[in-house]
Design a protein around this ligand. Structure first.
Ligand code: FAD
Length: 309
């Protein structure tokens, strides 16, 4: 076992702003349960076309009322706002107490898979947004990476060249799009490091709550689903065992990544804590109960854990 294999695990959780009181209660419950794992941060997504620009900041404000010490990241895209309007959103995140931002180019009005259209007077690209955030805010900056090429890219090489531009512009860390075949991630890390990018790369992990919805979403995002998973979920659903399979698949994927030296995981929770919590426990993380509101103990280690041992 290498030294890195003894290092504590570092987790972060993505949630999205809730649209009504019932969903808000569910989101708070989700955050409350996952807070017990002392995450590096909860990241709160941003509307696909930049609509309702302050919704994310409001959600962060609301969630920090649950526990003022919870760490947050706000997502922000270049879509639907002028440069100043977009930077104002980042300032709102700072005012709400967020320490991180996930800086993105974004998609068009149709959401994932919709072509990005810049706004008059708006940021034209993620590197441009990142450079401005670096200059004008104190937020730490995470950016997206794509183990399987992004639908807009001319291939993995072009994707990685573009990633380098984002890191050179000031990104601190890279969080990946979800993937289901770990070999895609290992290949990606090798290419990222070969390109001279040293920033930590944190794998994005998507627990499969509903296989059909996941398949449709993955297609828009350019993420492939191994055929073996489709067959297994088909059988499990017929037997009412899809949730059990989802937990086994997610825990198995993370466990294999950990075996290869990965020490940080970013979970796409879709505001449901169950599979994420189960996976984290399978990885050996102990939920603390109750949360004392103190600083994270597991989240202190700076990570570059995506490298294979
Ligand atoms: P970029 O990395 O800037 O561009 C995407 C790809 O296009 C690049 O990989 C590259 O191949 C190509 N490209 C772009 N510009 C150039 C160029 N100048 N030259 C060559 N190639 C170029 N969307 C939301 O609306 N809200 C969210 O909250 C949100 N959160 C996300 C969080 C994560 C972790 C991830 C992975 C995605 C998220 N998305 C979100 C989706 C994201 O907005 C889309 O994937 C979008 O299409 C790309 O944004 P980006 O910042 O990754 O773009």
């Amino acid at each position: 076992m290498t030294e890195s294999q003894n290092a504590p695990l570092d987790v972060s959780f993505e949630v999205f702003p809730a649209k009504n009181d019932l969903a808000r209660a569910g989101l708070k419950r989700c955050v409350d349960m996952l807070a017990r794992l002392n995450p590096r941060f909860f990241s709160v997504t941003y509307g696909a076309n930049g609509s309702d620009r302050l919704r994310t900041a409001h959600a962060i404000n609301d969630l920090r009322k649950v526990r003022a010490t919870l760490p947050f990241a706000g997502h922000l895209t270049c879509a639907g706002g002028t440069r100043e309007q977009t930077l104002d959103v980042a300032r709102e995140y700072e005012a709400a107490g967020a320490k991180w931002i996930v800086a993105l180019r974004g998609d068009g009005d149709a959401g994932a898979g919709g072509a990005f259209v810049s706004t008059l007077g708006g940021f034209l690209s993620a590197p441009e947004l990142i450079a401005s955030l670096r200059e004008k805010t104190r937020l730490r900056i995470a950016v997206a990476g794509y183990p399987e090429p992004h639908p807009d890219s001319r291939g993995l090489g072009a994707d990685i060249e573009h990633l380098k531009r984002k890191v050179d512009a000031g990104a601190d860390t890279i969080v990946t799009q979800f993937f289901f075949d770990n070999d895609d991630f290992y290949r990606y890390i090798d290419r990222v490091r070969a390109a001279g990018i040293d920033a930590p790369v944190v794998p994005g992990i998507m627990p499969i709550r509903n296989f059909d919805k996941m398949r449709a979403f993955a297609k828009k995002c350019g993420a492939s689903i191994p055929a073996r998973l489709a067959t297994r979920f088909e059988k499990a659903e017929a037997r009412g065992m899809a949730k059990e399979l989802a937990l086994a698949v997610c825990a198995g994927q993370c466990d294999e990544l950990r075996e290869q030296g990965v020490r940080a995981f970013h979970f796409y929770t879709l505001n449901d804590p169950t599979l994420t919590l189960g996976t984290c426990q399978a990885l050996g993380l102990d939920p603390v109960n109750p949360v004392d509101g103190g600083e994270s103990t597991t989240a202190k280690v700076e990570i570059d854990q995506a490298r294979r041992a």
